[in-house]
Design a protein. Structure first.
Length: 97
């Protein structure tokens, strides 16, 4: 049980760092797309962090359950929440552009 919780915490921290790095990269305009002096030219890409947080809430819920299925599901969903957040943020950027 302690190993599961340790793996879950490391997974949340690792995916959180990846989500922050990806969202700030896209929000700042990527490479060569920021022609203005603004720091964040596409702040809608911070929606990646919101989608990731929803996936991370499942990990917190998993702490109170003793199920290998929920443990595996929470690990997979925290990683899948990043590309889903990217796609949703791209869709929002397309609508409001």
């Amino acid at each position: 049980m302690i190993i599961r919780k340790t793996v879950a915490i490391i997974n949340v921290l690792l995916t959180g760092i990846v989500a922050v790095l990806i969202s700030t990269f896209f929000a700042s305009g990527g490479i060569g797309e920021n022609y203005s002096d603004q720091t964040f030219v596409a702040p809608e890409f911070f929606a990646i962090l919101v989608i990731w947080a929803i996936g991370a809430l499942l990990v917190i819920w998993m702490f109170f359950k003793d199920s290998l299925y929920l443990f595996t599901l929470s690990l997979i969903l925290t990683w899948l929440s990043i590309p889903v957040g990217i796609k949703m943020a791209q869709y929002v950027a397309y609508i409001f552009a």
